[in-house]
Design a protein around this ligand. Sequence first.
Ligand SMILES: [Zn+2]
Length: 60
Amino acid sequence: MMSCKQATELMSQEQDRQLTFFERINLRIHVLICDACNNYRQQMSVLRDACKRFGSGGTP
Ligand SMILES: [Zn+2]
């Protein structure tokens, strides 16, 4: 079972590189049972969407 620190580190690495199968499974399990990391992950995807919108493309 990974710690919250490891889980959040993997979530940020996920933006830059492809996680291994083992890392993805462990992260998924952790997020399923950990509310804090589940929230963190959702906020991260909202932020990423916002960045995309304000970044290249999208804005008129
Ligand atoms: Zn956690």
